[in-house]
Design a protein around this ligand. Structure first.
Ligand SMILES: Nc1ncnc2c1ncn2[C@@H]1O[C@H](COP(=O)(O)OP(=O)(O)O)[C@@H](O)[C@H]1O
Ligand SMILES: O=C(O)C1=C[C@@H](OP(=O)(O)O)[C@@H](O)[C@H](O)C1
Ligand SMILES: [Mg+2]
Length: 184
């Protein structure tokens, strides 16, 4: 018989737009919580043996999304991980629902103005940004916001360096566990 996980045991899922810092901060957060870190994009790259832009080129976005779905179902069922999902993962209702049902979902919320500062480090490795005008990127940014509303907790990243963000999130999570699951 499977018992439901307590909030302390649930894996933490980092969601939000490309470049919000899910991979960087997620990794640091895992270390602070003594958990293993899983980056779904990295797992997809391992599965195909190729970097993401090459996967899109050789196999197409659908093959990427199918593998993303499979890995989210698998890792999202395991306890005590910190999992960063790609910014497009929550486009699939199935992925959103699985993470919401089994994990604690943290939304990394970044403003358009802060995000713009990061464009230069993102375009080469994110096929969905390549060859887009600034206006098209803003449109994608705005369109995507509604999918991230599926979360348990929102974190505004604009004013935090990555290390500070991880420290803040770890402290907030521990505090909420003490309040909501004091006996666990
Ligand atoms: N809090 C932060 N402040 C400034 N730069 C950051 C912060 N978090 C991440 N970055 C930088 O932004 C870029 C994208 O970060 P990344 O973790 O890959 O985002 P995501 O996984 O959400 O796409 C990287 O170059 C990273 O070093
Ligand atoms: O938003 C998206 O559709 C994507 C986001 C990327 O991950 P990050 O959000 O970690 O950049 C990666 O999964 C892929 O390039 C597609
Ligand atoms: Mg990432």
């Amino acid at each position: 018989m499977n018992f439901p996980l307590s909030v302390r045991e649930k894996s933490i899922v980092c969601t939000g737009f490309m470049g919000a810092g899910k991979t960087t901060v997620g990794k640091l957060l895992a270390r602070r919580l003594y958990r293993d870190f899983i980056d779904i994009d990295e797992e997809i790259e391992k599965a195909f043996g190729l970097p993401i832009p090459e996967i899109f080129k050789a196999y197409g976005e659908k093959a990427f999304r199918d593998k993303e779905r499979e890995l989210i179902q698998s890792f999202g069922s395991q306890p005590l991980l910190v999992i960063s999902v790609g910014g497009g993962a929550f486009l699939k209702e199935e992925n959103r629902n699985h993470c919401l049902a089994n994990c604690t979902v943290l939304y990394f919320d970044i403003s358009w103005d802060s995000w713009k500062e990061r464009i230069h480090v993102l375009t080469e490795t994110r096929p969905l940004l390549k060859d887009k005008t600034l206006q098209e990127m803003e449109q994608l940014f705005r369109e995507r916001q509604s999918i991230y509303a599926a979360n348990h907790s929102e974190f505004q990243v604009d004013d935090f360096e990555a290390v500070e963000a991880a420290e803040y999130l770890a402290d907030s999570l521990k505090m909420s566990w003490d309040i909501h699951a004091p006996q666990a």
